[in-house]
Each structure stands twice: as C-alpha cells, then as structure tokens.
Design a protein around this ligand. Structure first.
Ligand code: ZN
Length: 239
C-alpha cells in the first residue's frame, strides 16, 4: 500500500486527516500525508499526529521508505500506541516548513544567477546551500545576493508541471533549456516552472510566488574540493 503525497499538489496544506496503514520500528505509515520526506536535499518535515482520543504524537522527522511513495513519520521517543486502521489528524510545523519552501525556491533562483553545473545541495530551516563546479574566484557574495534578490523582486508565480517521457522526447529544445536533465523511465516527471527564470525537474515543495522569499543574504562561500564550491544562504528576515 502506498501513501498519497498530498504536498505534491498542494504545498500549503498544513493539516489533513489520514488512516494508519503501518507501524514499524522506523515509524508510522499513513494512507496519505502532508509531511514531506527528506529528499532532494530538503529536510524532512516535523509536526504532530493526533489520535482519535486526542493524544498528541510528536513527529520529529519524515523519511522515505524502501518502496516508491513510501513515507515514514518518525515519532519522538515514547510514541503513542497507534495501529493500522486508526484515524489520525496530521498537523505540520508550518513555520518551519514555510522557511524550507522559501529557501528551496531561493536555491532555484540562485542556480540561475550562478551559471555552472550544480553538484549538490541542502536545505534546513535556517540556511541552505548549493555546490557548484566552478572556479572559486568567480563567486562573489555581493553579486550573488544582489542578482538573486533582483529575481525575487520580479514576484513571479511558480507552477508545478507534470510532463510525460513522450512529451519530453518530443520537445528536445525544452530539455535543453533545463539546468538539470529530467530523469526518465518513471513515465512522467514533475517540473517546477518559474516563468521566464527557471524550469527544472524537482519533487520538492516551493512557494506559490517567489516574492514570498522576501530576500536572501550569502552567509559564506568556500571550497569543498576541486569540483565543489559551496554557496550558503539564509533568508534576510531570519537569524
Ligand atoms: Zn525545487
């Protein structure tokens, strides 16, 4: 049994009801979830599950399982006794998730400012980073912050687009414009479109309009090896 990933169609869903489909050593599985499991560099969600009797189960992390679309909600120690068939209400730590969405979308913009292959990335609630295969001397913190913030000020609405492998094959020019090549073989690929700025395959959670990011500052730039130059950012209104 797989889990319906509600966040894929609505990243702003903060609460929903679900039914427990499995309880294991790693955590709790539900028939549907608003919790994003760690992946694509983005941290897993935290929050609460509420049992029918009103008991709160704190969720301290969310991870992918072994099967596709399998999501494991990791409870704090001394979790309540849930069993398959139990109804629960899910509630995200929305303040934390919204920061992750703003930082994640900011990285899409920054990847358009720095024109070099992306070799890695990570997003946690108070900061985010991308690694680039580029000369360290070509990275200027002031320039990166100014250009990324100029893109944010365009206040463009983002759009999630699903495209089939066949449609991708029929549009080689579209694929050429993408900074990251879409994975093939799953039948269809989820793309994030920031019209006029960025189009790339991504399964993460994003803000509806890039204006929501507000602004970013560059925390630091450093070398993590010959092909990894790391640019770390934070939101201007946090920390
Ligand atoms: Zn993304």
């Amino acid at each position: 049994m797989t889990t319906e990933l509600l966040f894929r169609n609505d990243a702003y869903l903060k609460e929903a009801t679900a039914t427990v489909i499995g309880v294991g050593e790693r955590g709790i599985e539900l028939d549907r979830t608003v919790f994003y499991p760690m992946g694509g560099g983005q941290a897993g969600d935290t929050g609460s599950l509420w049992s029918a009797s009103g008991e709160r189960i704190e969720i301290i992390d969310t991870r992918k399982g072994e099967r596709a679309d399998q999501v494991v909600h990791v409870p704090a120690a001394a979790a309540a006794q849930l069993k398959p068939g139990d109804a629960v209400r899910m509630e995200l730590d929305w303040a934390r998730r919204h920061k992750l969405m703003r930082l994640h979308t900011a990285l899409h913009l920054m990847s358009c400012v720095i024109t070099a292959p992306v070799t890695g990335g990570n997003i946690v609630p108070d900061k985010a980073r991308l690694d680039f295969d580029i000369e360290l001397s070509l990275l200027n913190a002031e320039h990166i912050a100014r250009e990324t913030n100029a893109l944010i000020q365009r206040a463009v609405a983002t759009a999630t687009v699903w495209i089939t492998d066949a449609e991708l094959d029929a549009q080689p020019d579209l694929v050429k414009t993408m900074s990251v090549q879409p994975p093939r073989g799953a039948g269809r690929v989820r793309l994030l479109n920031i019209p006029g700025i960025d189009l790339q395959p991504c399964g993460g959670t994003h803000v509806a309009n890039i204006a929501e990011i507000g602004g970013i500052r560059v925390l630091r730039i450093r070398s993590e090896g010959k092909h990894n130059k790391r640019v770390e950012i934070a939101l201007t209104d946090s920390g």
